[in-house]
Write a protein that binds this ligand. Structure first.
Ligand code: HEC
Length: 136
């Protein structure tokens, strides 16, 4: 390949990859914004606005090892509810959380994107199709 062509191929690849990274970042921010509203309406009472929960009663989402360890499990816990022992950041919880399956797939993806990327959490974007597949 002539050098000029090599350079232009390289530049094209560079441009398309950076623009798709920027696009994904914007998509995450838009989803988190919607997720914040869903969180405030449905989750704040127990997990608190700052995601800290109430030690011993409602587990934290902020810096939660349990939450960040398994996205699909987190989604299923939100869709179906969860009860019984759960260890979060070394503390055992024996609580029960109701099901939020009435929320749309978009809502669940959005709230997950919000909680997985707030309060110093950092996670990959969760897509609507992932939630849809989990419902089956
Ligand atoms: C009525 C209180 C209550 C509400 C409201 C509530 N949760 Fe929970 N949540 C809990 C309890 C209690 C547990 C732990 C259940 C257990 O011990 O098995 C839990 C566990 C979790 C977990 C896994 C544990 C962790 O810390 O990572 C996630 C994720 C979660 N909730 C997200 C949500 C989201 C998102 C909403 C809103 C859509 C929500 N919760 C609303 C009480 C609540």
């Amino acid at each position: 390949m002539p050098n000029k062509l090599k350079i232009s191929v390289f530049l094209t690849l560079l441009l398309t990859s950076t623009s798709s990274i920027i696009y994904a970042q914007q998509e995450l921010e838009v989803s988190m914004k919607r997720g914040k509203d869903i969180y405030s309406t449905n989750c704040t009472v127990c997990h608190m606005a700052n995601g800290e929960g109430i030690t011993g009663a409602f587990p934290p989402l902020a810096k939660s090892d349990y939450l960040m360890e398994d996205t699909k499990r987190a989604a299923l816990n939100i869709i179906n509810g969860v009860s019984g022992e759960m260890k979060v950041n070394g503390i055992s919880y024996y609580g029960a959380m109701g099901a939020y399956g009435a929320l749309s797939n978009q809502d669940i993806a959005d709230v997950l994107n919000y909680i997985r990327n707030s309060w110093e959490n950092k996670g990959n974007i969760v897509e609507v199709k992932t939630i849809k597949a989990l419902r089956k």
